[in-house]
Design a protein around this ligand. Structure first.
Ligand SMILES: [Zn+2]
Length: 351
């Protein structure tokens, strides 16, 4: 089969690999239908994650068709159309039982990281019963790939960890797919002010159509602008969705007394924490890795048409053009790209 591999020198490499086999009774083999590229894949290519070694097949998102199952898989059978969760969970270890599926001792975030991932024609999914979801009929298959990682991460690590409440103010620093996913799911809690702060003007325009009440260009005057709009009070929930020091610095400037900073971004280097300015402000700082425990609920909302995420899908590429898909996603501002869908089966109609 064809597979996209972390080569170790910054660019992904297309390689021929054997089709994966069932290794444990709880495994499923999934034939990929739709996939996507995550900002985390770009972090891996840059060498930010030392736990991912060269030779690894990339990718932790997508939809597909169950090709084969191990003897102990009970919820899925060959032929089922499924969504692959970015988190693999056994549902029985100590962490899984505490709801921390992201820290499952037999899984967690392993796909496209510690084991081969979804940017290949077939993928082996360990603990299939806890790591796959049935596709729903009420949304496109491409938009359901957003339930692998983007939507649960946005909702759990941003909205829930950030304790967004009715009437509260929310600032999202970072306008990528996750930032925009937070913008969509924060509205489930009816905040009164919803700031989107990013450098990318195209993404600010998209944010304005998706419910942002204020669109602010990231830069030296951003904090001043937000402070003026909140009467000098600051923002109740500030969500970091970029993973660089400058955005976390801005979050610390924006947070209001009694507020919450939720970090969602993947950080590859250290960031200063200004406790000398924050120690007396009664704030909470949350960090989290997605558990994907909200995925069934998010799928219900999507099925009912209550979350419309199609706007985030800006480009579709055939799997054989993965190099172009990566270069488009890496230069998102230039190509006005938000989320790039990979089509593993289409021969025509996509470039
Ligand atoms: Zn577990």
């Amino acid at each position: 089969m064809n597979a996209l591999v972390y080569g170790g020198d910054g660019t992904p490499v297309l390689e021929k690999r054997p089709v994966p086999q069932i290794l444990a009774a709880t495994d499923a083999i999934v034939k990929m239908v739709k996939g996507t590229i995550c900002g985390t894949d770009l972090h891996i290519l840059k060498g930010d994650l030392s736990t991912c070694t060269p030779g690894r097949i990339l990718g932790h998102e997508g939809t597909g068709i169950v090709h084969a199952i191990g003897a102990n898989v009970t919820t899925f059978k060959a032929g089922d159309r499924v969504i692959i969760s970015c988190i693999t969970s056994c549902l029985s270890c100590e962490f899984c039982r505490r709801g921390l599926l992201s820290h499952c001792v037999h899984g967690g975030w392993i796909l496209g990281h510690r084991i081969d991932g979804t940017q290949a024609e077939y993928v082996r999914i360990p603990h299939a019963d806890g790591s796959l979801h049935h596709l729903i009929s009420g949304a496109s298959e491409a938009s359901q790939t957003m339930c692998s990682d983007v939507l649960p991460t946005s909702y759990e690590c941003g909205v829930l960890s950030g304790r967004v409440g009715p009437g509260s103010s929310v600032a999202i620093v970072g306008g990528g797919p996750i930032g925009l996913g937070i913008l969509l799911t924060a509205q489930l809690f009816s905040p009164s002010m919803l700031f989107m702060i990013t450098r990318d003007q195209n993404r600010l325009k998209t944010a304005a159509t998706l419910g942002a009440t204020h669109c602010i260009t990231f830069g030296s005057t951003a904090a001043e602008e937000v402070m003026a709009l909140t009467g000098g009070r600051g923002v109740d929930t500030v969500i970091e969705a970029a993973g660089v020091p400058g955005t976390f610095e801005l979050c610390q400037e924006l947070v209001a007394v009694g507020g919450t900073i939720a970090n969602v971004g993947v950080h590859g280097c250290k960031v200063d924490l200004h406790l000398d300015k924050l120690w007396h402000k009664n704030i909470t700082i949350a960090t989290s890795l997605v558990d994907t425990s909200s995925t069934p609920m998010l799928l219900k909302l999507m099925d009912a048409g209550k979350i419309q995420i199609d706007t985030l899908i800006t480009h579709t590429f055939n799997f054989k053009n993965m190099a172009e898909a990566y270069s488009t996603f890496e230069s998102a501002a230039k190509y006005k790209a938000i989320k790039v869908i990979i089509d593993f089966v289409a021969e025509n109609g996509v470039h």
